[in-house]
Ligand binder design. Structure first.
Ligand SMILES: Nc1ncnc2c1ncn2[C@@H]1O[C@H](COP(=O)(O)OP(=O)(O)OP(=O)(O)O)[C@@H](O)[C@H]1O
Ligand SMILES: O=C(O)C1=C[C@@H](O)[C@@H](O)[C@H](O)C1
Ligand SMILES: [Mg+2]
Length: 175
């Protein structure tokens, strides 16, 4: 069993929040979602924070949340898709945990993010082009911080969670 926290990174729609919850249950570890912690602390949702404080305000809050989630108990943390943009965040991730990069194709990311409007960076006329831009910019950063890369295109969230669990704690899953 791992004694380091597990951080899930990757683009919007990769499944960090969905798979993270299942992975935490599988490994019997507590779960935290940095976006959710940030919203609870602020008392406002992400679109509101982007509207009022801009992306810069959101990023400041996100870095504070990450610093806090790097201390305390070993846990599974689903991060926000842009967490890797800050060099200091990347340093914190590498130093404090095992980092898993959840990958998916542009088609899958588009489909999975099209169901709701709670991602301000995708509220544009052409979300496909925006996803392509974001992936091009961030893929090298996700790779820079990650210990393990997992492709989530051809599996259900449960299968992906079991795959990650097997990589981080071989033999520990009940599958
Ligand atoms: N492997 C998968 N197969 C099919 N659907 C998936 C898979 N993983 C996640 N989904 C679905 O995609 C949607 C987005 O997933 P989720 O919110 O977990 O992404 P995320 O990586 O946390 O995104 P964000 O960075 O915006 O928080 C959800 O509706 C989820 O059920
Ligand atoms: O990819 C991003 O920059 C974001 C992803 C989400 O998880 C949220 O953190 C927010 O919508 C920004
Ligand atoms: Mg999420």
């Amino acid at each position: 069993m791992t004694n380091r926290s597990i951080f899930l990174v990757g683009p919007m729609g990769a499944g960090k929040s969905t798979i993270g919850k299942l992975l935490a249950a599988e490994l019997k570890l507590p779960f935290a979602d940095s976006d959710k912690v940030l919203e609870d602390r602020t008392g406002a949702d992400i679109p509101w924070i982007f509207d009022v404080e801009g992306e810069a305000g959101f990023r400041r809050r996100e870095s504070e949340v990450l610093r806090d989630l790097c201390t305390g108990p070993t846990r599974v943390v689903a991060t926000g898709g842009g967490i890797v943009l800050s060099p200091e965040n990347r340093r914190q991730l590498r130093k404090n945990g095992l980092v898993i990069y959840l990958q998916a194709s542009v088609d899958q990311l588009l489909e999975r993010t099209s169901k709701n409007a709670n991602r301000p960076l995708l509220q544009v006329a052409d979300p496909r082009s925006r996803i392509i831009e974001l992936v091009e910019e961030r893929d090298p950063l996700y790779r820079e911080v990650s210990d393990i890369v997992v492709d989530t295109d051809y599996c259900t969230p449960r299968q992906a969670a079991l795959m990650v669990a097997e990589r981080v704690a071989p033999g520990a899953t009940g599958q």
